[in-house]
Write a protein that binds this ligand. Structure first.
Ligand code: FEO
Ligand code: CA
Ligand code: CA
Ligand code: CA
Length: 661
């Protein structure tokens, strides 16, 4: 029974469900959040070394499955609706094992994890962070299916991070004071883990002891600013007067992988870490307002500003660069990391625009031109792509190392007739002018959301992950849900359900399959939710907004999305499994779809209270990793009382088959 379990997941934890787009929306102030989130990625299989330091790599595509076999070759599993479900259930013939949990060793000198969470921030800096999200396996060239680097995002932190949750002292002026050691531990539990792993003689994946490649990147790690905002006045703060170096990355949700072997980690809900208490200033500052930087003592969820002034974005005219008012400008970016060089400095790529960025997924054209697709996950935000000016040359990958510093950023418009347009964010064009608050291209990039409002991009139902078909380059995006559709945002063809609780998947084909095209054709791949005729918990017919058109197994709130090498579309869910609308879809899950037949089959179900996110494979697609983020009861212990831990799960077929075949 649920109430017998200690429930660790609280309101504080998950918050990626904001509505901030005022272009269709009144009432900016009533921003209510509650939800969860997640990620994934696959596609390019790479082997590389030291790219930023000068390296190389080869791009391999796995064979996947041959010829005429049906794409979905496994027996589906049932939805799990029990309140105390606390396992990972996977299709028959497969095994799913916990592999890497919050608190496990990353660096060799990490202490063992303690079940009471009593370890300090210095220990946390050596261990796996919290809330595993997007990830990618980078194979080593000499043994690509048995040896490589697993790179994992740690999105945010749960109250379980500390023995008795987060401590807040409420001050007389209404502000909240945090203990400095807790804040440091929370900052240490954010970021990215890089882990060298190898499959042993018994077929078990293990962390490689003694590797110099293990690395923890946190909210304290120095990072460079690349692209047009490097050194810009709007990036300067009291602690970084040069505007060229940021400490850390925040809310790393989904990700991407470049053809030159680097990892792109994406900063999603960075607004939850800042406060600007100066209402007059806030009202004139679109880089705060349009991105949801709050104004009161509860705006910054963890109140880090009480011990770390750079999270207090209230302007202070007495201090150089007004203190830290520009610090929020330094988040919301794609951060490029070379996982093969543990000494390399991560770089925030500002040419790609500042968003509540879920992912950055690369589509590479035959001619070396490319698109990097992103969702901006808030209610009524947009689908994006960035097209670098340069081309990637596979014979000279190190020449691509700064390819993401120059190019064109586009927001998508989905027209009612199935055509679509990519709207370029170019200063001086189509209203992106001084008169509308854009002094230069840097201003456009810092307030990309506001620029796309002017261009007339289509407000979407919370764009999350993007996946590109390995052969056709057809692009799919998850739109996870949007309860404001039909009220704040008008129903349209791509977002067709009012009070959209279950979400949909939309896909498009670029003109001539060219990633750099400016037009496309699109359709709705599926509407998630219950089958026609389904009943609620009281046996009553469900309202229309909860009925989908899935052919096969039902789910709610698609989020993670990736293709494997054979063209199977893997879908991960992040629904609120305590809500009435998920009574039939149950716990969050991993499903597999055939893009041609549209059949959907459930491959795996995760524990109650968690979401399923992050997806990556070995190049032969015979080992699959996924993440269970913020499980609610005790996973992976499944004993009903142990402290639950976000966990990377490794999945193999008992006879070594390609996963899903
Ligand atoms: Fe971090 Fe939109 O999921
Ligand atoms: Ca999440
Ligand atoms: Ca989500
Ligand atoms: Ca997500």
């Amino acid at each position: 029974m649920r109430q017998d379990h200690q429930h660790y997941h609280t309101d504080l934890a998950a918050v990626d469900d904001r509505r901030l787009n005022p272009s269709q929306a009144a009432d900016l102030d009533t921003i209510i959040n509650r939800s969860r989130r997640q990620v994934l990625k696959g596609g390019l299989a790479l082997a590389a070394i030291g790219l930023f330091g000068g390296g190389l790599l080869g791009c391999q595509r796995s064979p996947g499955t041959p010829g005429s076999a049906p794409l979905l070759g496994f027996t589906g599993v049932a939805a799990q609706t029990a309140a105390d479900f606390d396992q990972v259930l996977v299709a028959e013939g497969y095994s799913a094992r916990p592999f890497f949990s919050w608190g496990d060793a990353v660096l060799d000198n990490a202490p063992a994890w303690l079940d009471d969470a009593s370890q300090d921030w210095q220990a946390q800096l050596l261990q796996a962070g919290d809330n595993h999200d997007g990830m990618h396996f980078f194979p080593f060239e000499d043994a690509p299916n048995t040896h490589g680097l697993l790179v994992i995002n740690h999105e945010y932190i749960n109250p379980t991070l500390h023995p008795d949750g987060l401590t807040f002292t409420h001050l007389a002026d209404g502000r909240r004071q945090r203990p400095v050691d807790q804040v440091r531990k929370e900052q240490a539990a954010h970021g990215v883990s890089v882990l060298e792993i190898r499959r042993d003689a018994e077929g078990q994946w293990q962390r490689v002891a003694g590797s110099r490649l293990h690395r923890r990147i946190s909210a304290m790690t120095p990072m460079a600013i690349g692209g047009p905002l490097a050194g810009d006045l709007r990036m300067r703060t009291a602690s970084d007067p040069s505007g060229t170096e940021v400490l850390g990355t925040l809310n790393n949700c989904s990700m991407g992988v470049t053809p030159w072997g680097t990892y792109l980690t994406c900063e999603e809900n960075f607004h939850n870490y800042f406060v600007n208490r100066d209402a007059a200033d806030h009202a004139t500052r679109p880089t705060h307002q349009r991105y949801g930087i709050g104004q009161d003592q509860h705006s910054a969820y963890y109140a880090w500003e009480s011990v770390d002034p750079r999270f207090d974005a209230t302007p202070d005219p007495a201090v150089e660069y007004q203190g830290h008012v520009n610090e929020p400008n330094r988040f919301g970016w794609v951060v490029e990391i070379d996982p093969f060089d543990p000494d390399s400095k991560p770089i925030k790529r500002t040419a790609m625009g500042r968003l509540g960025r879920e992912c950055s997924v690369v589509s590479l054209g035959d001619d070396g031109r490319m698109a990097v697709y992103s969702g901006d996950d808030a209610r009524g935000e947009y689908v994006w792509k960035f097209v670098p000016d340069g081309r990637h040359d596979a014979s000279n990958p190190s020449a691509s190392r700064h390819l993401l510093d120059t190019g064109t950023l586009y927001a998508a418009r989905f027209d009612e007739d199935g055509h679509g347009h990519w709207l370029p964010l170019i200063w001086g064009q189509n209203g992106l002018t001084e008169d509308n608050g854009f002094a230069d291209q840097q201003a456009v990039l810092l307030n990309a959301r506001g620029a796309a409002d002017i261009l007339g991009a289509t407000p979407m139902d919370r764009p999350e992950w993007v996946a590109v078909h390995p052969d056709s380059r057809e692009v799919y995006v998850t739109l996870t849900n949007n309860r404001d559709r039909g009220s704040r945002f008008p129903v349209d063809a791509a977002n067709p359900r009012a009070n959209n609780q279950h979400g949909q998947i939309v896909r498009w084909r670029e003109a001539n399959a060219d990633p750099a095209a400016t037009t496309f054709e699109w359709d709705v791949f599926l509407l998630a939710g219950d089958q026609p005729g389904a009943l609620d918990a009281d046996g009553q017919p469900l309202p229309d907004n909860l009925i989908g058109n899935i052919q096969g197994d039902i789910f709610s709130s698609p989020d993670g999305l990736a293709f494997d090498g054979a063209g199977r579309l893997w879908i991960q869910t992040d629904s609120d499994d305590e809500a009435a609308h998920t009574v039939n879809t149950g716990c969050n899950q991993l499903l597999c779809a055939d893009p041609q037949t549209r059949e959907v089959r459930r491959f795996l179900v995760g524990p109650r209270g968690g979401e399923i996110t992050g997806i990556t494979w070995t190049p032969d697609y015979r080992t699959l990793w996924i993440n269970v983020q913020h499980p609610g009861i005790s996973y992976p212990a499944s004993d009903g009382h142990s402290r639950p831990r976000s966990t990377t799960v490794v999945i193999t077929h008992d006879q070594g088959k390609v996963i899903g075949s």
